[in-house]
Design a protein around this ligand. Sequence first.
Ligand code: GLP
Length: 245
Amino acid sequence: VTVYADQAEASKAVARRIAELIRNKQAQGAKTVLGLATGATPVGVYSELARLHREEGLSFRDVITFNLDEYYPMRPEAPQSYVRFMDENLFNHIDIDKANVNIPDGTLALEEIPAFCLAYEKKIEELGGLDLQVLGIGRTGHIGFNEPGSAPNSGTRLVTLDDLTRRDASRDFGGKENVPTKAITMGIGTIFKAREIVLMAWNGKKASIVRKAVEGEISGEVPATYLQLSDNVEFVLDQDAASGL
Ligand code: GLP
């Protein structure tokens, strides 16, 4: 666990770490495979990465990204889509090749989802796995959209969203009744295979779930507690999110 004075400082540190990974890989002539998250939490990291691109020439030409999740159903052009979120917060501001961007497809027919999910996993594997996975945490203890009850070895799949998650998303959708009931998410098992995992959390609203995730009993009731079983996880917190530890 690393606690920073504030969210801005923490976000800069995570962005620098990602930039260093990309540059080290580039020096070896290798590609960087990043797992990315949405939500308010990583926005500062993405804006710092965009600044590093703009002002320090950090290039994303050799970067391949996999997003954790997407609502289902969801059109990419909808204001709440994670495709749109990633474009607005990161991809439109860097030199990434859009062919290297992967986000679960919210437009599939139900019967197409299992094959899509298997292919998503396979693509990550064939690229040598995720070098680094960025995570936020939901108030249910979800990572990605792995809600309570998710299995530690779960893969990419269609899931049902928790009521609290839909309530937390209701502002974006103009009411909870408009929030999709389902999502496609990488699994806990998918996330676990990443060589480095960085979970970020800011502000007092996350203090209680962060305490459970870091110090609580390992249980499917709080999926983020599974991260305690990995040696490659860092919790990056601001003082308020760490206040319960
Ligand atoms: C959504 C995302 C998660 C994210 C969580 C927390 O549910 N699917 O990946 O971690 O929200 O969101 P926020 O960062 O806005 O608190």
